[in-house]
Design a protein around this ligand. Structure first.
Ligand SMILES: Nc1ncnc2c1ncn2[C@@H]1O[C@H](COP(=O)(O)OP(=O)(O)OP(=O)(O)O)[C@@H](O)[C@H]1O
Ligand SMILES: [Mg+2]
Length: 362
């Protein structure tokens, strides 16, 4: 982290476009020097939130702070933010060096300083040697790196990325997201990154903010959203999940969950607000094991394979059970089942996620 890293704070921020409530009462703190991802379905308000932080769009109500400065009333040019968009928007008639140096020339930075800053930042994005090329002489990934360099060369207080990788093919996307992560950590610039790809969010983020209909559904490090989804929406959005209905009984940290025709003992975190009664469970595919014999009848669901797909290293199965149809994935080298075959479904009890909050919208 550099000394100049700042935290970004949004206080009760709302943005309305006529009757559309694009954002509603958002309170967030983006810790200094971190990369936070705004994740969520199309139309949930990610781009709007980014535009408010950048100053391209004014808030309807609320305040935005960069460190101890209230920037709510400041225009985009006075906020000191760098932005990288989905379309890299490089100037086609300028070389890489001219593109990267453009902002510094506007600021009337001394030519020697411009030259050394361009060299430094192109080195950071591994594009030194490309100074004299034009954008149409570069691959999509290289253009995107130039766009990142152009934003970083100004040494902004804040870096904003809006789906920077969505025009790039999936293989390159993986290496590009690692580049962005590395550059962000190297520079220590507080960054906000928008995507609707949860795998990308998991890979690049210190924190993920999962948004829904203009509000924050849950915020936390990737692991905590994955392992402790607060709502069905989160469990469904982050990773793959079988959501089933069950009944929670017992007391304290030792409880039982009843679903389908089985009862499984589980230890629950007593700090969590688990109320007995109907609950939703999230069962990740990797915790569901299929067996062809059953020494432990009351612990395992009976099922029938209804679908099977060969995926190379793994085989994906859909299994119909009394608790609903479950999706699972098992290594191809383990025992293979055929469609219509009867199986017993073992669910690893320690890995069952009980979703604390019942969500009526799912
Ligand atoms: N200028 C505008 N005028 C009216 N409504 C708008 C405007 N900009 C955005 N909206 C609305 O605000 C909501 C949030 O839009 P936003 O662009 O922030 O979504 P998003 O999460 O970025 O979606 P996507 O993943 O599709 O990019 C949507 O309902 C959108 O239609
Ligand atoms: Mg958007």
């Amino acid at each position: 982290m550099t000394d100049s890293s700042i935290k970004i704070v949004l206080k009760n921020v709302s943005k309305h476009f006529g009757k559309v409530r694009a954002l509603d009462g958002i309170d967030i703190e983006f810790a200094q020097g971190t990369l936070t991802t705004l994740l969520g379905p199309s139309g949930c308000g990610k781009t709007t939130l980014l535009r408010l932080v950048s100053g391209l769009e004014p808030v309807t109500t609320g305040e935005i702070w960069f460190g101890d400065e209230n920037v709510t009333g400041l225009s985009a040019t006075r906020r000191d933010v760098g932005m990288v968009f989905q379309s890299y928007a490089l100037f086609p008639h300028m070389t890489v060096a001219q593109n990267v140096g453009y902002g510094l020339r506007v600021l009337k930075t001394a030519p020697e300083e411009i030259e050394s800053r361009i060299r430094e930042v192109l080195q950071m994005v591994a594009m030194d040697g490309y100074q004299s090329r034009y954008p149409d002489e570069l691959s999509g990934g290289q253009q995107q790196r130039v766009a990142v360099a152009r934003a970083m060369v100004l040494r902004p207080k804040v870096l904003l990325f809006d789906e920077p990788l969505s025009n790039i093919d999936s293989k390159l996307r993986r290496s590009m997201r690692e580049d962005i992560r590395r550059l962000q950590q190297l520079s220590g610039i507080t960054s906000i990154y928008v995507t609707h790809d949860q795998a990308e969010a998991m890979a690049v983020s210190d924190e993920i903010i999962l948004m829904r209909n203009g509000t924050i559904e849950q915020q936390g490090p990737p692991q905590s959203l994955y392992h402790y989804p607060a709502t069905v929406f989160v469990a469904d959005f982050i990773g793959e999940s079988n959501i089933i209905t069950a009944e929670l009984i017992g007391s304290g940290g030792k409880r039982q969950i009843v679903f389908g025709d089985i009862k499984i003992s589980v230890s629950v975190d007593e700090q969590m607000p688990y109320a007995n009664g109907p609950v939703k469970l999230s069962l990740r595919p990797e915790i569901i094991e299929l067996l062809n014999s059953n020494p432990n009848a009351d612990q395992r669901l009976k099922g029938v394979i209804v679908q099977r797909a060969y995926m190379g290293p793994v085989i994906e199965y859909s299994v119909e059970t009394k608790a609903g149809t479950l999706f699972t994935r098992v290594p191809a080298h383990s025992h293979q089942f055929q469609v219509n075959e009867k199986v017993y479904v073992h669910i690893h009890p320690d890995e069952i996620i009980i979703i604390p909050e019942n969500d009526d919208n799912n």
